[in-house]
Design a binder for this molecule. Sequence first.
Ligand SMILES: Nc1nc2c(ncn2[C@@H]2O[C@H](COP(=O)(O)OP(=O)(O)OP(=O)(O)O)[C@@H](O)[C@H]2O)c(=O)[nH]1
Ligand SMILES: [Zn+2]
Length: 201
Amino acid sequence: MSCKHEEETVGNGKMPVPEDVQEAIRTLIRWAGDDPTREGLTDTPARVARAWKEYCQGYEEDPRVHLSRVFHEVGGYDEIVLLKDIPFQSHCEHHMAPIIGKAAIAYLPTDKVVGISKLARVLHGYARRLQIQERLTAEVAQCIWEELHPRGVAVVIEASHACMSARGVRTQGVGMVTSRVMGLFRSDHRSREEVLKLMGY
Ligand SMILES: Nc1nc2c(ncn2[C@@H]2O[C@H](COP(=O)(O)OP(=O)(O)OP(=O)(O)O)[C@@H](O)[C@H]2O)c(=O)[nH]1
Ligand SMILES: [Zn+2]
């Protein structure tokens, strides 16, 4: 016979959580003012720990691998490839609070393109870490630049930070916009304007 508690913690295929990690979360619950031994909270440390493993799954991967499969048969296509309104979630490294937003990722191919889903995979690979938005933006752009050797890369991220809305200054509805443009999108004004216009900026 198994009780709810056992189902949540052992033998059900869920990732085991080391005791010291659970204890750290119990300490935080105590410090927040609650009792980690009360019934509703007994499984919470393991759940929170697993949730954080999931939020931070990016540490388990090298996002560059997503760009290793390229297509050379592009029929002479050498114009902008843009993926926009890609929703993502991250966590800020200052408060470990959610960063929720969308990204637009564009590149100007040379002789090869990647499957479009791969650009979103690269974004998530860097987003699922403790981040600041500026670094996230730069890392996504740099990854595409180094792996695809395109003529240009542009990444624009617009996101809201729960550390600003749910705590601290408690200001809702603020969007932070960051961009990183490289290659032709940086050196050529018309290319830059074209890509930003396609992105809706
Ligand atoms: N530049 C940047 N700042 C961020 C990001 N995420 C959170 N922050 C800010 O990081 C700053 C940390 O400032 P601190 O003064 O050390 O922390 P704090 O006392 O909690 O600051 P408040 O949020 O103003 O209460 C805050 O201003 C946050 O708004 C991000 O992605 N980029
Ligand atoms: Zn924060």
